[in-house]
Design a protein around this ligand. Structure first.
Ligand code: GRF
Length: 195
């Protein structure tokens, strides 16, 4: 049974989708939900589900390296096989990434390689894209650029705003991430394309 740690910064809707799918599929178990923000709503949701949590406030550390050392210590104590970044909003240093390279996944709300970074939906709308979506990729030293493990796409509607698009893509994320985690946990790293 694969052990999965999930890193969040906010509400944790992706974390919840992953946790529910692991419970339904029995292919993995959540061993930790950690956040860089002690006020992250996802921490309370995880606690309500009986999942061990850790809040490592990045603002309580003098620099990125000391924050990441504290975070990695909590992660390693849970002995995860796989790390899932799910709405985690801190950029990780190469040192941290090397520690978990090959077993750390991230979800990004765009059809990578388009729109790495922030404000993905506004940028897709500004470009007049006919499609938008989300991508799961392995985390490597290059931001939002690791090997793609899955993508899901949907048509952009004429009346879409960044908010309405974000809301529809988020629902797609909740389908894609669990499907990719199932494959990844079974050793299958072939990209999953959902349309
Ligand atoms: C959302 O914007 C989502 O697109 C991205 O992270 C943000 C928060 O997600 N992946 P969550 O509800 O905390 O999972």
């Amino acid at each position: 049974m694969k052990r999965v740690a999930i890193l969040i910064s906010g509400g944790g809707s992706n974390m919840l989708a992953l946790v529910q799918d692991m419970a339904a599929g029995g292919y993995a178990t959540p061993v930790l939900v950690a956040s860089n923000d002690p006020a992250a709503g996802g921490l309370a949701r995880a606690q309500a589900l009986g999942i061990p949590t850790a809040a490592v406030d990045h603002r309580a550390f003098p620099d990125r390296a000391s924050f990441e050392t504290a975070l990695a210590d909590r992660i390693d104590a849970a002995r995860p096989d796989i790390l899932c970044l799910a709405g985690f909003m801190r950029i990780l240093t190469p040192g941290f990434i090397r520690r978990y390279r090959g077993r750390m996944l991230n979800i990004h709300p765009s059809l990578l390689p388009k729109y790495p970074g922030l404000n993905t939906h506004a940028r897709a709308l500004a470009a007049g894209d006919a499609e938008a979506g989300c991508t799961i990729h392995e985390v490597t030293e290059d931001l939002d650029a690791g090997p793609i493990l899955g993508q899901a796409r949907l048509p952009v509607r004429p009346e879409d705003t960044a908010e309405t698009l974000a809301s529809r893509v988020l629902k797609l994320e909740h389908r894609l991430y669990p499907a990719v985690l199932r494959r990844f946990a079974s050793g299958d790293r072939s990209p999953l394309m959902l349309d």
